[in-house]
Design a protein around this ligand. Sequence first.
Ligand code: HEC
Ligand code: HEC
Length: 405
Amino acid sequence: MNRKRMRSCALAATVILGSMGVWLANAQPGPPPPRFGSPLPGLTDAELRRFDAGREDFLEVEEEKDGLGPFFNGTSCGACHSQPATGGGSHVTVLRAGRGDGPGGPGGPGGPFIAPSLTSVIHSFANPGTRCQPSVPVNANVTARRLSIPLFGDGLIEAIPDATILALEEAGRRHEDGTRGRAARIIDAASKQPRVGKFGWKSQHATLLAFSADAYRTEMGITSDVFPGETGAGFTLEQLAGCDQVTDPEDKADPATGRRAIDRFEDFIRMLAPLPREPGNEQVRAGEGVFTRIGCAVCHVPVLQTGGNANPVFNQKPVPLYSDLLLHDIGGSDGIAEADARPNEIRTTPLWGLRFRKLQWHDGRSLSTEDAVRRHDRESRRSRDRFQNLSREDRQALLAFLDSL
Ligand code: HEC
Ligand code: HEC
């Protein structure tokens, strides 16, 4: 909790950016560049205040006395969610490990997966002074790195009804080209209700509150009443309870507002707008045609719709995310089972905001969109083959379209 230092940095940044603004204004007159990381249009003043308060907490750097640790991967949400603006992604990956004994080798399709006790996440850091240290379990034969996911537009994704995703799963049974998406059936950790998972590489959570609480506990070691126990590979809850100084649950409701930090994270993420798309041109429009024609849109469904919602900002809104939010086996998954997802399954990545992702695929190992497309296999093999066989002109149009998102 270092608000003073954060404020003075912010002040310095404002001064520097302010003078850059003057310089830019002199150098290139014209409309200002679109702001990234802004709130959804149409929010009330009260909602905007909650968005700002949530954003401040999202950026707050935590310390051991606030409950950080015993193990963690970052000291603020913003540490891994910052590109190209607060709430985005980053190049930070999180390590997972476990034991998979599938028929096709470690982590192969259909085989059992055993996570080390408590979690498959192998933390990078431990609080200085703690005698507890995270480590990769000796019997692990699968390791995977997962890239941070940008959060722009996640409130709209959350507002897409479960029934829409279940209908896409049902429609998939009639596809003739071998694509069979599966809805992740999970229990939402926040409401304890059965839901369809939408968030995370494995569709492991249905709500932003549950994901925020999981991230606070798993990435930062700060427990809440949604996830009351510390976590760390190879430990028991009892062992971990004695590894840090603050009694769990650590994220307590603010007596003045009745809200926990996880509620404020939820506020910020829910109201965070999607990144605006580049204005299209003829090549981009042709590329979108190619995208549909060769079968990409079967999984990367261009637009879904939010359901009926008492809040007009979320009521019956189109969500141009380019995903069916289903789990697929397209080869090259991470070999880790999590929630309802099997080792060989991964959620269709929403492609909105793709032009800002210099590293792609769940492991961040694709350095170009073209490489990411070539890695598609199994359920997506047919559309990948059609991509490989495109004329130079069509391929360039398709890539121009993807780069406009
Ligand atoms: C060490 C880096 C790191 C930190 C710190 C971190 N995250 Fe993340 N975040 C990730 C990674 C990696 C993923 C993908 C996780 C997965 O699916 O396995 C992710 C995914 C998410 C998602 C899912 C987004 C989607 O659209 O599917 C949400 C929501 C999220 N994080 C919120 C938070 C919040 C809130 C905090 C702070 C409490 C936080 N994160 C802290 C790395 C981080
Ligand atoms: C069977 C469903 C399916 C089809 C068909 C499909 N994809 Fe994908 N796509 C996925 C899944 C699942 C992922 C996540 C892969 C991963 O990260 O492990 C993905 C990832 C991607 C990514 C990487 C995004 C990122 O930020 O990491 C791009 C780009 C992409 N797809 C484009 C395409 C294009 C172009 C086509 C058509 C040639 C296509 N996809 C066809 C399911 C599909």
